[in-house]
Ligand binder design. Structure first.
Ligand SMILES: *[C@@H]1O[C@H](CO)[C@@H](O)[C@H](O)[C@H]1NC(C)=O
Ligand SMILES: *[C@@H]1O[C@H](CO)[C@@H](O)[C@H](O)[C@H]1NC(C)=O
Ligand SMILES: *[C@@H]1O[C@H](CO)[C@@H](O)[C@H](O)[C@H]1NC(C)=O
Ligand SMILES: *[C@@H]1O[C@H](CO)[C@@H](O)[C@H](O)[C@H]1NC(C)=O
Ligand SMILES: *[C@@H]1O[C@H](CO)[C@@H](O)[C@H](O)[C@H]1NC(C)=O
Ligand SMILES: *[C@@H]1O[C@H](CO)[C@@H](O)[C@H](O)[C@H]1NC(C)=O
Ligand SMILES: *[C@@H]1O[C@H](CO)[C@@H](O)[C@H](O)[C@H]1NC(C)=O
Ligand SMILES: *[C@@H]1O[C@H](CO)[C@@H](O)[C@H](O)[C@H]1NC(C)=O
Length: 808
């Protein structure tokens, strides 16, 4: 670089002035000045210096070029780095006379060539009113800011070079963007080392308007070339080399209300520093400790991973590996051909569609928790440069916790990844995950959403439970505090115990406002409780029918898992039906009403709700009664969802209650809506007779309850089945219809059994069904079948749900 003042050997001693005038051509003169005023123009050969001589402004030619420009640089640090150029787009035409920089009386600073043609101008003027006089001066500050100021107005600046940066940013200079005015300051690289005109690379602070801010280098102002990653208030996440040494080296000022975002370099522990983007688009931070030479603080774009989107969408770049690009877990190359050739730009595609996406295309409400692959999870990348296009999730009251961040992401199917970053908080991504790097040091943990299948099986933990709970609209489902539940149930005292559900006892509770509740406490000892808990919560909170028990909320604390229901003052049906003192309270109208109510509830589960639900554990003790003795089906711990077309499920683990299990389910684990229909049939016959299917055996005839009922019915003695406490006070046609329905339901062959739709029709009309076939299996069902091993999960009561494991 040629500096004019040097090339002419500037001597500013006045005693040599005359001598110089004689020796040099008449148009050369030189002087070092501290300001430019209308009366003292700045002529080619002069230099303008800052008050303590740190910076210098003058005429120069870039290395390898004869073109003349006005620029500024650090006066004593070598090699010289021009940090700002006034007329970068238009060099000064070489003429016989000297170019000059002058200030007009209107405040405009103008560079004119020797022929007085304008080369460059600040193009900023002040309206000079006739009554007041203004006087202007241009000065250079010790920060390197070239300022035109109004000296009559306390030196108010009317123009400054800091607002029009070139390829360099100096400490205290702000690079910024105002999203409202859409105005910003831009760093623009030189076209080449010898040409300061605007090149293709730019840095536009806050251009992407992402919060927290990140710095992006663009090509042609349209294609990203390099990205710093979000600012975490001490460093940029995408720059792992920015360790503690650089702490507070940068400052980012974000003002969301004003829509402004400013990025600046602080003068850390150095004499001088600057950030530059080279004509190749490479950012670097240079510093000088001694005020004489420059050293590199950092330089980025040192490997191909630093180039924006090196591995394409859903790819991850690791500089230390070969090849550098890999697809994220759960993704495969979009084009294997291109990928294998080392062209990674097309990136990768998802192998297994996300569960929430599958739910969407099926056009139904997401409901899950039944099988392990029926949900999404996260895969963690340690030490990542997080992808581009993030959203910063905040809440008004408090910062999100890492868990809330995860839940927030899981709750929204658009969310593809999240990261919880110290000093930032919760970041989520909903667009293609682009420009991810994995560093060997630094970076943050990034969580990628994947279908559960891609993650392998994951143990159920409290976290996943809370995740599940988090899926609910809190207005629909309350999350109770464990201490509140403990207080409400008198520390789960035995006197508050209402009964024993499939997977734990149920307690009566009274909330502080006097509201009565029923609390099911899942046994913490049995690991199986967790699945049932999830299952029941998911199902019940999404199903609503007047003949289904309503869930109010839940509670999870360490091993404790509680489900909270509306309280049913008349407890369960068995407390009446099988109690010699109370069964009389169930007159025929009540019994018939209960049968109809259960049928409606089941019809809803099988046909009318948005998913087909098989209850799998229908029994008298799972029918609760409200204050008007209306039945409500409860205990959905074993319930299963059956997908639209599929109507039969085969399960390895057979669970249910003896006496209510259909033959195909007890023997082979096959369940379908028809296994519920079977249980319903048993229920109906028990309600009519107040007899228990699995407690009834006629030894003289070697007959079980169902076969005995069938015998009575086929001999036209169906009415003999009716509970003797009712005497004659029943409607025979209703009783016979119910016996008929019951027997149709308990037929051995599932295909012969009616659907709940058929049953609803029979109950509400005079329609009669076909003749029921004699149930044979029931004889065996009454005893322990030799080929079946019965395993009681709750030893005490015969009503308890049991697990049957096939003895093969
Ligand atoms: C300009 O060129 C000179 C010699 O040709 C060299 O010493 C100096 O380092 C160069 N300056 C820059 C900024 O490249
Ligand atoms: C300011 O004054 C100069 C000199 O009188 C003139 O050339 C220039 O056009 C003026 N600028 C504006 C913007 O009026
Ligand atoms: C000066 O600014 C005006 C208004 O901003 C603009 O129209 C004009 O082109 C500018 N002139 C130069 C020489 O930059
Ligand atoms: C940038 O623009 C230049 C000139 O128009 C063009 O040659 C170059 O291909 C562009 N580069 C990119 C990456 O768009
Ligand atoms: C800068 O100057 C110091 C002291 O003169 C010297 O030790 C150092 O090597 C120089 N650095 C560079 C990059 O030239
Ligand atoms: C889900 O995320 C998308 C993208 O971030 C957002 O536009 C949408 O509002 C979110 N939906 C909900 C329900 O929060
Ligand atoms: C319930 O348990 C807590 C802690 O174990 C105890 O402080 C409290 O007195 C108990 N309350 C009752 C009613 O037993
Ligand atoms: C059912 O509960 C209600 C409310 O507690 C009560 O008034 C009613 O007598 C009960 N019905 C029977 C049959 O016990």
């Amino acid at each position: 670089m040629g500096i004019e003042s040097e090339s002419v050997g500037c001597l500013n001693l006045s005693m040599f002035f005359l001598f110089i005038l004689i020796l040099l051509p008449p148009h050369y003169h030189c002087s070092q000045v501290y300001n430019i005023t209308p009366l003292q123009p700045f002529v080619q050969g002069d230099t303008l210096v800052s008050p303590t001589g740190i910076f210098e402004l003058g005429f120069f030619s870039p290395n390898g070029s004869a073109n003349k420009y006005v620029g500024l640089w650090h006066k004593n640090i070598f090699p010289r780095k021009v940090v700002w150029v006034a007329n970068r787009e238009k060099p000064i035409a070489v003429t016989g006379s000297l170019a000059s920089l002058r200030i007009s009386s209107n405040g405009s600073l103008e560079l004119v060539d020797g022929n007085q043609n304008s080369v460059w101008s600040t193009n900023v003027t002040i309206q000079v009113s006739s009554s007041s006089t203004s006087s202007f001066a241009a000065v250079l500050s010790d920060e390197g800011n070239f300022v035109v100021k109004d000296v009559t107005k306390a030196g108010q600046s009317i123009w400054q070079s800091f607002d029009y940066p070139g390829d360099t940013m100096l400490p205290t200079q702000r690079l910024g963007y105002n999203t409202k005015s859409k105005k910003g300051t831009i760093l623009t690289a030189w076209k080449s080392e010898s040409d300061p005109s605007s090149g293709i690379y730019t840095v536009e602070g806050g251009r992407a308007t992402e919060v927290p801010a990140q710095v992006i280098i663009w090509i042609n102002r349209s294609t990203p070339f390099w990205r710093s990653g979000p600012w975490d208030k001490s460093k940029f996440i995408g720059m792992p080399d920015m360790d503690d040494r650089y702490l507070n080296g940068f400052e980012v000022e974000e003002n969301v209300e004003q829509g402004t975002e400013y990025f600046s370099l602080k003068l850390f522990d150095a004499f001088a520093a600057y950030i530059e983007i080279s004509s190749q688009g490479k950012p670097k931070l240079m510093y000088s400790d001694n005020g004489r030479n420059w050293s590199i603080y950092w330089e980025t774009l040192e490997n191909r991973c630093d180039i924006y989107g090196a591995c394409g969408p859903f790819g991850v770049c690791k500089a230390s590996e070969s090849p550098i690009c890999k697809c994220l877990k759960g993704f495969v190359p979009k084009s294997h051909h291109e990928w294998s050739k080392g062209d990674w730009t097309e990136g990768c595609v998802r192998k297994t569609e996300l569960f929430c996406e599958r739910q969407k295309t099926k056009n139904s409400v997401p409901l899950q928790g039944i099988q392990d692959d029926n949900d999404d999870g996260f895969w963690k990348i340690v030490g990542a440069k997080v992808p581009d296009y993030y959203e910063y999730i905040t809440s008004f009251n408090a910062q999100y916790t890492p868990n809330e961040c995860k839940t927030q992401c899981l709750n929204n199917c658009s969310c593809l990844a999240y990261a919880y970053v110290n000093n930032i908080g919760c970041l989520v991504w909903s667009k293609d995950l682009n420009d991810i790097q994995k560093f060997s040091k630094g970076g943050v943990d990034l969580y990628i959403r994947l279908a559960r299948k891609e993650l392998g099986s994951s143990p159920t933990s409290r976290d996943t439970l809370l995740e599940y709970i988090g899926k609910y609209d809190p207005s629909e489902l309350l999350i109770y505090d464990f201490d509140t539940m403990s207080t409400a149930t008198d520390n789960f005292s035995i006197t508050n115990k209402l009964g024993q559900g499939g997977f734990g006892p149920v307690y009566k509770g009274i909330l502080q406002d006097g509201k009565e509740i029923a609390v099911k406490r899942l046994s913490s000892s049995s690991g199986q409780g967790i699945e049932e808990f999830k299952n029941e919560m998911l199902l019940i909170s999404n199903l609503q029918h007047k003949n289904l028990v309503r869930m109010m909320g839940c509670c999870v604390k360490e091993d404790e898992k509680l489900l909270v229901y509306e309280f049913m003052p008349n407890k369960s049906l068995d407390t009446f039906l099988f109690d010699p003192m109370r069964r009389g309270e169930l007159d025929w109208d009540r019994r018939f009403n209960i049968i109809q109510g259960i049928a409606r509830g089941l019809l809803y589960l099988h046909h009318d709700s948005y998913v087909k639900v098989i209850h799998r554990d229908l029994k008298v003790s799972n029918i609760l009664l409200d204050e008007k003795m209306n039945p409500k089906i409860s205990d959905f711990g074993l319930a299963r969802i059956i997908e639209g077309t599929q109507c039969v499920e085969n399960t390895q683990k057979v669970v249910g209650t003896r006496g209510y299990m259909s033959p195909e389910y007890a023997m082979s684990g096959i369940f379908s809506e028809k296994s519920d229909v079977y249980s319903f049939g048993v229920l109906v016959l028990e309600i009519i007779s107040s007899k228990k299917n699995n407690n009834f055996f006629l030894y003289d005839q070697q007959l079980g309850f169902l076969a005995h009922t069938w015998n009575l019915w086929s001999e036209g003695r169906g009415l003999e089945l009716v509970d003797e406490v009712l005497g004659d006070s029943y409607c025979s046609s209703e009783v016979l219809k119910c016996v008929h329905i019951g027997l149709l339901c308990v037929q051995d062959n599932a295909v012969d059994r009616p659907s709940m739709k058929d049953i609803a029709l029979m109950l509400s009309s005079k329609t009669d069904g076909p003749q029921p076939k004699r149930p044979l299996f029931t004889i065996q069902n009454s005893f322990s079948h030799p080929q079946l091993l019965y395993e009681r999960t709750k030893s005490s009561t015969s009503e308890a749900t049991i697990t049957v494991i096939e003895g093969r």
